[in-house]
Design a protein around this ligand. Structure first.
Ligand SMILES: [Zn+2]
Length: 74
């Protein structure tokens, strides 16, 4: 599929990404999320099913599979 960013000649490719969301002011990372990523500009598309699955995951508030170091840029 062609990239939706105007003027970008890239194509979306199926990849697994680390998706970051903010919940209650906290950064939450979900790893290995299937996404379409543009090979040129890096634009990310998530399927509606994937978004629903992420929301469901966050709502279960189960124990995370792991923790990641969090750094503040400034
Ligand atoms: Zn693009």
């Amino acid at each position: 599929m062609n990239c939706t960013i105007e003027g970008c000649p890239g194509q979306y490719e199926e990849r697994q990404i680390a998706h970051t969301v903010r919940r209650n002011g906290q950064v939450v990372v979900i790893d290995h999320v299937p996404a379409e990523v543009c090979s040129v500009c890096g634009d990310v598309l998530l399927k509606p099913d994937t978004v629903r699955r992420i929301e469901a995951l966050l709502q279960t508030a189960s124990e995370p599979a792991g923790t990641a170091p969090l750094y503040e840029y400034a």
